[in-house]
Design a protein around this ligand. Structure first.
Ligand code: 13P
Ligand code: SF4
Length: 302
């Protein structure tokens, strides 16, 4: 980790009146450079409240886009335009409009891992932190269309007893975790608690002791009396966990549990971004206004 580069970034950030936000899956040096590191919900809340003129978002496209939807008058920058989310790309607004026509009375709940256009077609957004709470708020007599993660959707169904119309999408990174891989880690570390993200397939979430968002897993391991954990989510998060709980041990549920999109953001790119202000996020105003309503309904939940 280059201390000089970190100092350089800090200096430029102050000159620009910028705030650097980073998701837990970012590289360790990016987490160190950030003013705020969090899960999707914490980052959205932080973006809604910041006083900074420039938001540099170290994460993937939909996260930076959410920050722009909440702050249209601010400059929002994603240090590498290639950092997308394959799951978000699995839901397109035209197909969602078609589905809404088939179910005219349905309420659309969209995971924040969606494009601004899909959010604009939704009644309310959710993250993995508040998905169960959001779905529980929808009146019992309403059908629910849940977009785009069928795994998170199945997990919500198991927790709420609601039968939802699930979009056929998933996170390729979490969906790739197999029961064989998890069983192998459980065999190597007998009796160790298993904490996984709800983007994992149902056969995995059924095997886990805790199914939580990244911030939820952090809280779980921090307050647990246990000393060792098998973690079923992206490997960048192990840096966060180890930093928060240096005395505890963490084992990744499979080798190569990596989101390549999250890793496009590097320290040199972050430094460059603060010079050339690339790549700025723009959302057309008609889409932004409706997407804002869906995000705001979620953020208003206490
Ligand atoms: P969290 O909101 O739990 O951080 O999840 C975001 C994400 O993209 C998981 O793949
Ligand atoms: Fe998208 Fe999955 Fe990467 Fe999260 S881990 S950003 S859901 S591809």
């Amino acid at each position: 980790m280059s201390r000089d580069l970190l100092q350089e970034i800090d200096k430029k950030k102050q000159q620009l009146n910028a705030v650097i936000m980073a998701h837990f899956y970012q590289l360790p040096e990016i987490q160190e450079a950030a003013d705020f590191v969090g899960d999707s919900l914490q980052l959205a809340k932080q973006a809604a409240e910041t006083d900074a003129q420039v938001i540099v978002f170290c994460g993937v496209g939909f996260m930076a886009e959410s920050a722009k939807i909440l702050n249209p008058q601010k400059t929002v920058i994603l240090p590498d335009a290639k950092a997308g989310c394959p799951m978000a790309d699995m839901a397109d607004a035209n197909a969602l409009r078609e589905m809404k026509k088939q179910h005219p009375n349905a309420v659309v709940v969209s995971y924040v891992n969606t494009s601004a256009e899909v959010k604009a077609e939704s009644y309310i957004c959710c993250t993995s932190s508040n998905a169960v709470q959001v779905v529980n708020l929808i009146p019992e007599d309403k059908e629910i269309i849940f977009v785009p993660d069928k795994n998170l959707g199945a997990y919500i169904q198991s927790r709420t007893g609601r039968d939802m119309i699930l979009w056929e999408g998933c996170c390729p990174v979490h969906d790739a975790l197999t029961t064989l891989q998890l069983e192998e880690q459980m065999r190597l570390h007998p009796g160790v608690k298993v904490a996984v993200h709800p983007e994992c397939p149902p056969e995995i979430t059924r095997m886990a002791d805790a199914v939580r968002s990244t911030a939820g897993i952090l809280e779980y391991v921090r307050y647990s009396p246990e000393q060792e954990f098998i973690i079923g989510t992206e490997q960048g998060f192990l840096y966060t966990l180890q930093k928060a709980c240096p005395e505890k041990k963490f084992y990744l549920a499979r080798t190569g549990f990596e989101c390549p999109d999250m890793k496009y953001i590097t320290l040199p790119k972050l430094n460059e971004t603060l010079i050339n202000k690339q790549y700025q996020i723009e959302v057309p105003e008609d889409i932004r206004k409706n997407a804002y309503l869906a995000l705001q309904r979620m953020l208003a939940i206490k």
